[in-house]
Design a protein around this ligand. Structure first.
Ligand code: NAP
Ligand code: GDD
Length: 347
């Protein structure tokens, strides 16, 4: 049985990857952070499944704490490490640039060093997936592909560029099997609620059910290449199954604006987005990434990977999910239960 170690297991991608790897028969280990409230919601279904639960192990650790990383890697002895942990919100990275760099850039370096020490001590192969981002391309004109020069536009993106180069440097310097996946935006019903797609679909459900009047947003002109997270974790795994390590862009090859997303999501429940959306200047970023559109030719040709879920299907999946959540919220409200009631107002 192969062993995988995932940083960021409690995040959107970590949860889909966990299910994907468990399904393939892996023993999965995840690094979790202690929170003051329950933060295992996205992997709750796995934790409650008596069969899968026995294949899943959680370890307290942090990308800012090299002692914990080294200890976990030496104890687990993983075959594959997926570095998904990050302060992943672009706008928040302008408010917490130093912390973002510590987790995203230096955190990657800490993990690489921990694996390097483990390999030299135990003389075994450990393959590493590094979660790169299309944000690294930033202001570079579309379409962006593996050969496109990076032009990061936020502290988050600069830190991801550093992580990318650390990974590449360790591959070239020490012959380690490390791949950079350069993933374009990918979403799902498990997406964090302060990212624009989920913020919109949560609002659509709540507005439809009369629980919310308005949705405040920033720049509606930005364009993104949005895919489904469940499809993208397969690409991560495929990258680690090759004979030699290479970097890949993962994208759908189709871009839409935030305005397009709004139109699609509101019209799914027969509402006109223009009646509900207002612009809040606080939600604009100090520097914006205007247009991300990936060219997935390399991964299609070399790894035979294709996205399965279209933009329209993705929006429908997210709206359906969040409409159902809103219906439940409304039902609770009707019986006087209010603690679950809240709207997403930040991010
Ligand atoms: P996410 O939902 O924000 O999850 C981030 C994960 O990182 C969470 O499990 C979080 O733990 C963990 N984490 C945060 N700080 C940490 C720290 N100091 N030490 C250890 N773990 C920490 O992100 P995602 O959407 O799943 O994305 C996964 C990775 O892919 C991230 O590196 C992201 O930057 C990158 N990426 C994402 C996209 C996308 O469109 N989703 C595209 C390109 C690249 P808590 O639950 O405790 O907060
Ligand atoms: N979050 C948010 N909230 N974004 C908004 C809002 C709002 O109220 N209004 C407009 N936007 C615009 C942002 O300015 C941005 O241009 C676009 O919507 C997408 O924003 P996010 O959903 O926050 O995602 P992101 O593209 O900045 O970053 C995500 O994708 C990256 C890959 O390209 C994150 O998942 C990153 O971690 C990831 O690397």
């Amino acid at each position: 049985m192969k062993k995988a170690l995932i940083t960021g297991i409690t995040g959107q991608d970590g949860s889909y990857l966990t299910e994907f790897l468990l399904d393939k028969g892996y023993e999965v280990h995840g690094i979790i952070r202690r929170g003051s409230t329950y933060n295992l919601g996205r992997i709750d279904a796995v934790l409650k499944n008596p069969k899968l639960y026995l294949q899943l192990y959680l370890h307290y650790g942090d990308l800012t704490d090299s002692t914990s990383l080294r200890k976990i890697i030496d104890e687990v002895r993983p075959d594959e490490v997926y570095n998904l942990g990050a302060q992943s919100h672009v706008k928040v990275s302008f408010d917490t640039p130093e912390y973002t760099a510590d987790v995203v850039a230096i955190g990657t370096l800490r993990l690489l060093e921990a694996v390097r020490a483990h390999i030299s001590m135990f003389n075994r192969e450990v393959r590493i997936y590094q979660a790169g981002s299309s944000e690294m391309f930033g202001a570079a004109p579309p379409p962006q592909r593996e050969s496109t020069e990076f032009y990061p536009r936020s502290p988050y993106a600069v830190s991801k560029v550093a992580g990318y180069w650390y990974a590449k440097n360790y591959r070239e310097s020490y012959g380690m099997y490390i791949v950079n996946g350069i993933l374009f935006n990918h979403e799902s019903p498990r997406r964090g609620e302060t990212f624009v797609t989920r913020k919109i679909t949560r609002a659509v459900g709540r507005i439809k059910e009369g629980l919310q009047d308005k949705l405040f947003l920033g720049n509606l002109d930005a364009k993104r290449d949005w895919g489904f997270a469940g499809d993208y974790v397969e690409a991560m795994w495929l990258m680690l199954q090759q004979e030699s390590p290479e970097d890949f862009v993962v994208a759908t090859g189709v871009a839409h604006s935030v305005r397009d997303f709004l139109k699609e999501a509101f019209s799914y429940v027969n509402l006109n987005w223009e009646d509900y959306v207002e612009i809040d200047p606080k939600l604009f970023r100090p520097a914006e990434v205007d247009y991300l559109l990936g060219d997935p030719t390399k991964i299609k040709e070399k790894l035979n990977w294709e996205p399965k879920v279209s933009f329209k299907e993705l929006v429908a999946m997210m709206v359906e999910h969040d409409w159902e959540l809103a219906k439940r919220e409304k039902a609770l409200k009707e019986v006087g239960y209010t603690s679950a009631l809240r709207g997403v107002t930040i991010g």
